[in-house]
Design a protein around this ligand. Structure first.
Ligand SMILES: [Zn+2]
Length: 110
């Protein structure tokens, strides 16, 4: 087997592996996981169960990656950011509020 030499391939594979690990832990099953260039956000979850992650999330800290991955996966259970959503975030990523502050400070290139 040839190891991919394209950096974006390995970033994508690494992010998808993180999604797989968390999906098992959270007992959710995303229909499709996409990793692509996103300029305005780090991730999204569609109502049809597709999780999309920004490819450059791979360059961020593991804690921040977990924060984004868990956030999007939890939307498969809870479609809003209400009390239940926040409680599940705290249960799985106890320091998520710190990461949320970091996220708000990011200026995404356009
Ligand atoms: Zn959200």
């Amino acid at each position: 087997m040839k190891w991919p030499t394209n950096g974006s391939l390995t970033s994508s594979a690494r992010l998808k592996r993180r999604v797989d690990v968390w999906a098992v832990k959270l007992r959710v099953m995303p229909k499709t996981v996409r990793v692509q260039r996103m300029t305005h956000k780090w991730g999204s979850c569609s109502s049809t169960g597709t999780i999309t992650l920004a490819i450059d999330l791979d360059g961020e800290s593991a804690d921040f990656q977990d924060f984004v991955v868990v956030h999007e996966l939890l939307h498969l259970k809870v479609p809003n950011h209400g009390r239940l959503f926040k409680a599940l975030m705290t249960a799985n990523v106890p320091k998520w509020r710190q990461q949320d502050i970091y996220r708000r400070k990011q200026i995404r290139p356009t």
